[in-house]
Every structure is written in structure tokens, then in C-alpha cells.
Design a protein around this ligand. Structure first.
Ligand SMILES: Nc1ncnc2c1ncn2[C@@H]1O[C@H](COP(=O)(O)OP(=O)(O)OP(=O)(O)O)[C@@H](O)[C@H]1O
Length: 251
């Protein structure tokens, strides 16, 4: 079996004159959790968008489980489950209807059983019966995750899967993801939670101003000081200023 699930080299994207992603290399080992972290605007979502075919890169290569993800999109799509940034749903459908629709598009035969199990393990029994327009942000995220898992992909690419999700649901999501990875799947996720990366991920890539500034096993990148402090060291030059906001103090 190929040891590398995802191998990105020289990935670059410029919006107008702004280089959002600049020569990014990313290597994700098969059967691991890989965290992608970076400050707001670092280029994480753009990198993910290019990896899953939602954004066209200006340069670079993406090898996804042996497939050239830029040249062979159908193969890459079949291998990958995606939770994108910003969930563009058909809002009048319920979560369950969306999942049935996606299953139809993917030609999944035992879809009803799969959908039932996903709804149950993700705590979506009520949420999946509600039109998506009326669902909370966390419920939408869980429906998005169910949709990403439905076709049993080999690589999951998740943009902030735990954002706006309550702790009970987060634990359920972690269980599902751990099961997926224990079974040989690979998960790449972006997050702002260093704690989550330390608890869940094997490897981490730190992106800052569109460039990779650190990458490797979490324990090595974090060192003795822990990931949170290491992160601040790596990207701290852009930390917010120290204006005293005296006008904000009552009285
Ligand atoms: N379609 C676009 N047009 C112009 N600029 C864009 C576009 N998409 C992203 N950008 C810019 O590219 C940069 C990287 O954005 P991106 O969303 O990838 O960052 P991020 O690391 O995911 O940030 P966050 O943690 O805030 O979600 C930002 O400066 C953003 O404003």
C-alpha cells in the first residue's frame, strides 16, 4: 500500500495581486490524522479548496492516493470526502433528503442503511428531519460531515469540522473520525484548536501568510513548549497591537 495519501508540491494561488497560497508542500501519511493550522487568512481554506477541486491552482501538483487530482478529477472525487468552508446546501431539503440525493448521485446501493447509521452516530435524528435553512450551524456541519462520509471515501478533507459544534457532538464526531482512521482512512482537517491537534492528530502543518512554516509529527513541531506556544512563536510577528482601548472602559 502507498504510504502517502496526499502529496502536494508547489501549490500556489494568487487572487488579483495577492498570493494567498505560495509554493505549499504538504505530505499526508496514509492512515493518519493530519492537522492544518494557521492564523486567519493564512491560506488553509484556499489550500483545501484546491486539493478537493473547488479552486483552480495557478501552479503545483496534487497526488491523491496515486491519482493526479488536477488531471483526474472524477477519480479524486471518488476517493475523497469533503467538508468545505461555507456549506452551500439546497436549503429547502432536510439533511436526510440531502443525504439521499447525494447517495443517488454517487450511485450508492445500500444508502438507506448508511444514512440511518450516520444520522444516528452523529446525533442527527431531529436535525436531519429539519429543512437545512432552519438548522443550526452545528447541525449543518454534522450534515456536511455525514455527506462527506457517505460514499466511504479513503481520504477525508475537512475544513474546520468542529467549528460551532457542541462538546457532545464534537465527541461523537471524534469517535466517527477515529473509527475511520483506525480502519485505514486518512483525515486532513483545518482547525484553530491547538488542543484538538494535540489530542487527535499525528502530524501537523503550520501555514502562515500562504507558506508552510513548520510541518511534521505533532510532538516534534510542538517541542517542549506545547503547540499553542509554538504556534505563537511561529506566527506571532503578526499578533494584534497593544492599543489600550481606554474609550471602552466604563466611567
Ligand atoms: N476568492 C477570493 N478572492 C480574493 N481573495 C481571497 C479569495 N479567497 C480567499 N482570499 C484571500 O486569501 C487569503 C487566504 O484565505 P483563506 O480563506 O484560505 O485563509 P484561512 O487560513 O482559511 O483563514 P481562516 O482561518 O480565517 O478561515 C485571505 O487573505 C483571503 O482574504
Amino acid at each position: 500500500m502507498d504510504e502517502t495519501a496526499l502529496k502536494i508540491r508547489g501549490l500556489t494561488k494568487t487572487f488579483g495581486t495577492y498570493r494567498a497560497v505560495d509554493q505549499v508542500d504538504l505530505t499526508v501519511r496514509s492512515g493518519t490524522f493530519h492537522g492544518m493550522v494557521g492564523p486567519n487568512g493564512a491560506g488553509k481554506s484556499t489550500t483545501i479548496g484546491m486539493t478537493v477541486g473547488l479552486i483552480s491552482p495557478d501552479a503545483g501538483t496534487i497526488d491523491l492516493l496515486g491519482a493526479d487530482a488536477l488531471a483526474d478529477r472524477p477519480r479524486a472525487r471518488a476517493l475523497t470526502g469533503v467538508l468545505p468552508d461555507g456549506l452551500d446546501f439546497p436549503e429547502r431539503l432536510t439533511g436526510a433528503e440531502l443525504l439521499r440525493y447525494c447517495a443517488g448521485l454517487r450511485g450508492i446501493r445500500d444508502a438507506a442503511a448508511r444514512i440511518g447509521e450516520l444520522i444516528e452516530v452523529l446525533g442527527l435524528v431531529k436535525g436531519a428531519a429539519t429543512p437545512l435553512a432552519d438548522c443550526s450551524t452545528g447541525t449543518r456541519k454534522k450534515v456536511g460531515l455525514a455527506q462527506a462520509l457517505l460514499h466511504a471515501p479513503r481520504l477525508l478533507v475537512l475544513d474546520e469540522p468542529f467549528e460551532a459544534v457542541d462538546p457532545v457532538s464534537a465527541a461523537a464526531i471524534r469517535r466517527v473520525l477515529r473509527r475511520f482512521v483506525a480502519g485505514g482512512g486518512t483525515t486532513v482537517l483545518s482547525t484553530h484548536s491547538m488542543l484538538l491537534v494535540e489530542q487527535l492528530c499525528d502530524d501537523v502543518t503550520v501555514i502562515h501568510q500562504g507558506r508552510v512554516v513548520a510541518a511534521g509529527p505533532v510532538s516534534e513541531v510542538a517541542g517542549e513548549i506545547g503547540l499553542e506556544e509554538r504556534f505563537v512563536e511561529l506566527v506571532g510577528a503578526d499578533a494584534p497591537g497593544s492599543a489600550d482601548l481606554s474609550w471602552l472602559i466604563p466611567g
